[in-house]
Design a protein around this ligand. Sequence first.
Ligand SMILES: [Fe+2]
Length: 466
Amino acid sequence: MTIHAISLFSVKSGAPPLWRWVRRGLLLLLGLVLLYGAGRLVHVALGSFYSGERGPYLQMPAPHAVTLRWQTATATIGSVRYGLLPKQLGYHVTEGRAGEEHALRLTGLQPNTLYYYVIEADGEPRYGGAEYWFITPPETGSTLPLRFAVLGDPGYANPKQLAVRDSMLEWLGAHLRSGRAYLDLLLTTGDNAYRSGSNEQFQTGFFDPYGVIFRNIVVWPIYGNHDARRWAFFDLFDFPTQGESGGVASATEHYYSFDYGQVHFVVLDSQSSSMRPGSEMLQWLKRDLSQNRQPWTIAAFHHPPYTKGSHDSDNKGDSRGRMFAVRENVLPLLERAGVDLVLSGHSHMYERSHLLNCHYGTSDTLTPAMLKPSKEKNDGAVVYRKPFEQKNSGTIYAVVGSSSKVDNGSLDHPVMAVSLRQMGALVVDVSGTQLKARFVTDKGNVADSFTIIKDRNSTSAFPCDS
Ligand SMILES: [Fe+2]
């Protein structure tokens, strides 16, 4: 019967019977692929929306401006009243039309100044009171000290995430700076919402647990591989494309820089932007670093150049080679510009290097000349000295990836001075010629502490051969 059917068909079409069946099979396969693709597209699109309430969070700060964002469950016209005292909110901005997602830029602000605010929905107060405030950054170049915290891969909603948050807040509360906020800004190292970066997961894994911080302290979330699984990330956050917060305009939200006082931050996209030599991101990075005159420079991106945690930076198949690309193509530019500290996540551990330079291969290519271990301690912290404004003067690499979960790994990368399978967050102070960082665990103890001192008498200890 089958042979008969095929031959009948072949008479009609003129095609050989076997080819006819192959063609049908290919068409069926193509249909299935298209169906799967359409299903994925719908799945990704649906996961990118969220229709509930979302409290206020601060974005894109500058000495004279900041953006406030929030969300309402129904369409409302949002407005913000703000001023120098909770009961004297003399300034007012309002939206032109009703919507659920709200963003208002407050401009004309004074630098390093405390403001209180009330958010209104259709003219009725929605969020406000003495606990809704923010402090603008100082002018770029100001010597005002900076304190910031780093949450690594923070978006896995679970009780341990809250333990890290609470121990960090407790530590900060016990070590307040006179006349200053408990933090000046908060940075993440990516993977802000597990497992898929859906808008709803951003609510449960990011805004619900950390919203109490976000209403006062600006958050700079970095783009991780889990964030990239939906389209929510770049809808939820505002990043500077035109140098609004300092640095050279990048014309994209994927990578940018910003300033706080004497510190220049460079944020890169190690997930979806090309890191090939000559790529747009690396061309921009060169321009930005060459124009930077700040005494301190900190770079941050998701994929670590060195790790033996839940990822292995010696394995080119791990994370599609992104750790190799970062190490080989990005690090030489950062080190040539004298970048002091590089922050990343992805590996759910805490790993922190010695002062390091020119190590762009796998760990078996490390030589003693590339490392400068500390021989000094000050106030419990190991001290690294490096010269001012000198290329290849040494960089500390910290993998901060255990603020909401911790995984397994060999933890034996030879560049690391400290490798810990512990949960926690990093708190960093930059003041004058000193940068001091502490890893505060979920139990509230400081498991690592290091200091970088910029020493005018120091010379570069280990120039690159190349
Ligand atoms: Fe990751």
